[in-house]
Design a protein around this ligand. Structure first.
Ligand SMILES: Nc1nc2c(ncn2[C@@H]2O[C@H](COP(=O)(O)OP(=O)(O)OP(=O)(O)O)[C@@H](O)[C@H]2O)c(=O)[nH]1
Length: 453
């Protein structure tokens, strides 16, 4: 839902003010003049109780900057006649944006506002003369603070949504950018170390002063960052073992009396460096695929951005006369391909099926590898007949193209497809489940077929 525009807010605020008599507004303004410091203190004492907020709202800062600006805010809020309501609205928006920028939780601000109201009520009850209704004055104060909080909260949520989106986009950008750069940087760092070592050996430096691989720029990057970032990758254990052997065994062997032993050590070091580079390339290659949201075997999208894509398509469909369809595609009897011809043959088949899916779709469609031998196609701008026809054609394309599983092995492969047209439900899981069900039926009713649900 769209939030109110500025003119609506101004009109609402004007109406609020008009409801209260001038003498009450004057009395509240006088109260603010006397107690503004206490009121501001009360507001910020709540903030300071929160460990996160108190990190950046140290007492000194509160006194020096925030407390006076809170007093100014109170005075602006409770002047008897507002000359410029638009400026008042804009001021609240700015405060909300600042809170979002410095990450003050909105609930904390609302809690502070409640404490502030409490402080007002106490003063109104003790200070107001009988001819001025304390009840009306309290309502006036409360309505004004609520109005300001409403505008601030809206500005806060708009700004923090934008921050989150920018952060996400930046994360993606930096990940995909940095992996390529990192590969080059670390490759040259390792080669530098090797050159330095060769120079030290040629200059017959003492063994203790030879540069250790684990302490080199490359080694530091590897142990501090790569090991952590790629934890669990099988290559990491092997690379670590190679680095340790270089430092603990081969560097010492460079001082062996026997020249043939020294030459052997040099050769081993060179081989270890080459192996490390090769393994690292594999890890980085895989990571760059994953980080960019792509599956490394088929280069199709992985599930990472599935929710983003489906939410977006639901939003587009809401404003369009067309809809989108989900096609859940699964290779038939894939396990027996692996079992009979080996895992590599299975991988080759996966790649070829993926390529057919990719070739068969248009630029606006999406093809995901959901895992194993299951794929999902998001077919955009389509209708009931269109998606059924597409799925049937796809099934035939796969069935008629023999797959090269190994150099001398051609296989006939079939797929089952579950199809569903998005029906306007706001939760994409609903459509995914329907597509899954349709696929299940296609499998149960004999495979190599399309079922639409
Ligand atoms: N080669 C290879 N096999 C994979 C990969 N991911 C999953 N698999 C294998 O895919 C097989 C899927 O087997 P099932 O789920 O029984 O399905 P199926 O044999 O195709 O049988 P239906 O789907 O009922 O026709 C399992 O053996 C998995 O180990 C992969 O990346 N490469």
């Amino acid at each position: 839902m769209r939030y109110k525009d500025k003119y609506q807010l101004v009109a609402e605020w004007q109406a609020l003010q008009a409801r209260t008599s001038v003498p009450i507004r004057q009395a509240v303004a006088a109260l603010v003049d006397v107690h503004a410091v206490d009121f501001a203190d009360r507001f910020y004492s709540v903030m300071l109780e929160d460990p996160h907020a108190s990190l950046f709202l140290s007492n000194d800062q509160v006194k020096q900057r925030l407390n006076p600006s809170m007093q100014r805010w109170l005075k602006a809020m409770f002047t008897v006649e507002h000359a410029d309501f638009e400026a008042l609205v804009e001021q609240q928006e700015k405060v909300g944006q600042v809170h979002a920028r410095i990450d003050i939780p909105i609930n904390l601000v609302l809690n502070g506002a409640r404490q502030l109201k409490q402080a007002f009520y106490e003063q109104i009850n003790t200070a107001f003369k009988s001819h001025l209704s304390p009840g009306n004055a309290s309502v006036y104060v409360s309505d004004h603070i609520d109005m300001a909080m409403e505008i601030m909260s809206h500005a806060y949520s708009v700004a923090s949504d934008r921050n989150a989106r920018t952060e996400e986009a930046y994360k993606l950008f930096s990940l995909t950018q940095s992996i390529g750069d990192e590969r080059e940087r670390q490759r040259s760092a390792l080669l530098n170390w090797e050159n330095e070592l060769m120079f030290a050996v040629a200059a017959q430096q003492d063994i203790a002063t030879l540069p250790r691989l684990s302490n080199s720029d490359f080694g530091l990057w590897y142990f501090h960052k790569a090991c952590h970032a790629f934890e669990g990758a099988p290559e990491i254990v092997t690379i670590s073992r190679h680095i340790q052997r270089v430092d603990r065994e081969w560097l010492d062997a460079l001082q062996h009396e026997d020249i043939s032993q020294r030459l052997k050590a040099l050769g081993e070091i060179r081989d270890a460096a080459r192996t490390v580079l090769m393994l690292l390339d594999d890890v980085l290659e895989r990571a760059s695929g994953l980080d960019a949201g792509r599956d490394s075997l088929t280069r199709l999208l992985n599930r990472k951005f599935l929710s983003v894509v489906l939410s977006r398509e639901i939003e587009i469909a809401r404003h369009s006369e067309h809809s989108f369809a989900l096609l859940m595609v699964d290779i038939d009897h894939f396990k027996s391909i692996n079992d009979t011809h080996g895992h590599d043959a299975g991988d080759n088949v996966l790649q070829q099926v993926a390529s057919i899916l990719d070739r068969s779709t248009r630029g606006g469609d999406y093809v995901f590898r959901m895992g194993g031998e299951e794929f999902l196609i998001v077919l955009v701008n389509t209708d009931h007949d269109g998606c059924r026809l597409f799925a049937e054609r796809l099934r035939q394309s796969v069935a008629k193209e023999p797959m090269l599983a190994a150099a001398d092995t051609l296989l006939n492969v079939t797929i089952s497809v579950g199809v569903t047209l998005h029906d306007g439900h706001p939760d994409y899981n609903n459509s995914l489940q329907r597509a899954d069900k349709a696929l299940y039926q296609a499998k149960r009713s004999g495979r190599n077929r399309v079922v639409v649900q």
